[in-house]
Design a binder for this molecule. Structure first.
Ligand SMILES: C[S@@+](CC[C@H](N)C(=O)[O-])C[C@H]1O[C@@H](n2cnc3c(N)ncnc32)[C@H](O)[C@@H]1O
Length: 266
């Protein structure tokens, strides 16, 4: 099932990769790939792999004999991911919904998912599927965004776009930044069958060389773009306003916060 908030299609993948990737996803991807690699797994499954920002780092960090399967609901995201690999890089790309995984039970040592679970309409079902395809003793590692109030770039974008549509503000940013309660996350993962769950907060900083490029990603690099168009708005006008607001309130220093979740199957 593809909801509007999960429709990363059309020109979104390119804008996502170039406008958001280096600023908000790269640092978390490097951290997550290192956490996976230290476990020395032989079979790794990535869910919601998107444009391959984590996938590339995983392939560089994992043992050469480790097989890596990268999946996403939206094949246009995976098409961008594939451009980051050579034919001899051992990665299988497959279109798959994280709530209905096309794999037999107990196939993978580690499952990894960066900033994807917030988009899964039935999260417990996705945890149940991850648990099913993990081997006993396996780990599921996730990055999840903390709330809007500790991710100023997202709050600013949400506030600016609301000024264009005061009667019907787009709600896209409430999806990726609206699943950050550690108690709820832990309880839903345990409901999916997992035996132990650790949640840690991970603040990171990054430098934004160009507010314009970042604003392009914030408006054109996710389904907010389609919410603006469907309301008859002009995404370029929103981009310009977001760029000015980012420059005014954040300058070139970005601080953000995510949650790193480690779920274990006994
Ligand atoms: C914010 S992006 C994260 C992409 C990548 N993990 C990264 O860190 O750059 C969210 C991704 O979730 C994917 N997605 C949304 N719903 C999904 C589902 N039900 N199953 C698998 N992937 C899904 C989207 O296509 C998109 O690529």
């Amino acid at each position: 099932m593809t909801t509007q908030a999960a429709a990363f299609v059309g020109s979104i993948p390119e804008n996502y990769d170039k406008g958001l990737g280096p600023h908000i996803f790269a640092g978390y991807a490097t951290d997550l790939a290192e956490r996976v690699a230290t476990r020395r797994p032989r079979h790794v499954l990535e869910l919601a792999a998107g444009t391959g920002i984590v996938t590339r780092r995983l392939r560089d960090a994992l043992l050469p004999e480790c097989h890596l399967t990268a999946t996403d609901l939206n094949s246009p995201m995976l098409e961008v991911a594939k451009t980051k690999f050579n034919p001899d890089d051992a990665v299988s790309f497959e279109t798959a919904d994280a709530m209905v995984l096309p794999y037999a039970d107990a196939q993978f040592d580690v499952i990894v998912c960066q900033f994807g679970v917030m988009f899964f309409p039935d999260k417990i079902r996705s945890y149940r599927e991850a648990y099913r395809v993990l081997k006993p003793g396996g780990s599921y590692l996730l990055n999840i965004w903390d709330s809007l109030d500790v991710n100023g770039f997202a709050q600013i974008t949400q506030d600016v776009v609301a000024t264009f549509f005061p009667n019907d503000p787009p709600a896209f940013y409430e999806v990726p930044f609206g699943y950050s309660d550690p108690v709820l996350i832990r309880s839903e993962i345990l409901s999916g069958g997992f035996d132990k769950v650790d949640v840690e907060h991970l603040p990171l900083r990054s430098t934004i060389p160009s507010a314009d490029n970042f604003a392009q990603g914030l408006v054109f690099g996710n389904p907010l773009h389609d919410e603006i168009v469907s309301r008859g708005g002009d995404p370029q006008a929103v981009r310009a306003a977001v760029s000015s607001a980012i420059e005014l309130h954040l300058g070139s220093e970005l601080s953000m916060q995510g949650l790193v979740v480690h779920a274990r199957k006994d």
